[in-house]
Design a protein around this ligand. Structure first.
Ligand SMILES: [Zn+2]
Ligand SMILES: [Zn+2]
Length: 296
């Protein structure tokens, strides 16, 4: 908190707070931690804004801060949506400047958060904001756990697990297959059904299945699933094809790869990719995956 500054508190049903709440609903582009703010001067609402670059609500965004479990107030640099410039207070100042509105002596009412970060204070002090109000129960109402409990509801019912099989290095065949099955268990623990191709059409276990059947079966399965989790550590023609099916079927695609392993830029550039997680080992991949899935 900057010297000589403190937050002011009003009840959540204060008329200006209700306006800020409306700004949160209408202007916040951040689906995970929405925050709205208004600027009031001489009893008039001058500007309204929300966090997340004013994209409008319901933007699909998998936040790396959540995936990496960054403590409150840290890791903003990881996320373009949650960077300081996208905070509601900063957005409010930006909109005011664009509209040529004099902010000096005005008050800010904020609904969705219980504090302001340092860069936001700096921005508001610079332009002469007088007071900053939050709700008198903001600490509880907008605690991280409480907001996340509301916004972290995975909408996925099923996931297709994609990854190299045929050309896996010989010493990786068993561990990598076990890892694919681990991905399925992570999904199932979240109530998400998972389809693991090698359990159905593995070239060694199920040699009687014809190549055309494999193609038809896997293609059909992807189309029926809500999302695809693909490990792209080892190049695979099959996985590459599945990534393209995901693209055409507009299915969210989560890419996983071992840190330091180069991944095809064609795969990384697929617009269906909602997140690319680089992991140190299988354990980290499986530990972080729920943090991604619950944002989808
Ligand atoms: Zn973020
Ligand atoms: Zn801030």
């Amino acid at each position: 908190m900057p010297e000589g500054r403190s937050l002011e508190y009003v009840p959540a049903d204060h008329p200006y707070m209700l306006e800020a709440k409306k700004a949160r609903e209408e202007c916040a582009g951040d689906p995970l931690f929405p925050n709205g703010a208004i600027l009031v001067r001489d009893g008039q609402v001058m500007v309204r804004a929300g966090n997340g670059y004013n994209q409008g609500s319901q933007t699909v965004h998998v936040c790396p801060r959540v995936v990496q479990e960054c403590p409150s107030g840290t890791g903003y640099d990881l996320c373009p949506l949650h960077d300081h410039d996208g905070h509601a207070e900063a957005m409010l100042m930006k909109v005011a400047t664009e509209q040529g509105i004099n902010v000096h002596g005005a008050d800010v009412y904020m609904y969705g958060h219980w504090w302001c970060c340092e860069p936001c204070w700096t921005k508001m002090i610079e332009v002469g904001v007088a007071r900053v109000f939050v709700t008198d129960d903001a600490h509880e109402r907008f605690s991280r756990d409480r907001v996340y409990a509301e916004t972290f509801k995975s909408s996925l019912r099923s996931v297709y697990v994609s990854g190299a099989l045929t050309n896996l290095p010989a010493d990786k065949v068993q561990t990598h297959k076990a890892y694919y099955e681990g991905i399925a268990r992570v999904c199932q623990s979240m109530g998400i059904q998972a389809y693991v191709p090698h359990l159905h059409t593995d070239p060694e276990q199920h040699p009687q299945v014809s190549v055309r059947e494999v193609f038809d079966y896997d293609t059909e399965k992807i189309a029926a699933m809500d999302a695809i989790v693909a490990d792209v550590t080892y190049p695979s023609l099959g996985t590459g094809g599945e990534l393209m099916i995901a693209y055409h079927a507009k299915k969210p695609l989560v890419l996983l790869s071992e840190r330091g392993v180069p991944v095809s830029r064609f795969a990384l550039g697929n617009p269906a990719v909602v997140y690319h997680l680089e992991y140190e080992d299988y354990f980290e991949a499986l530990r972080r995956l729920p943090n991604i899935l619950r944002q989808l």
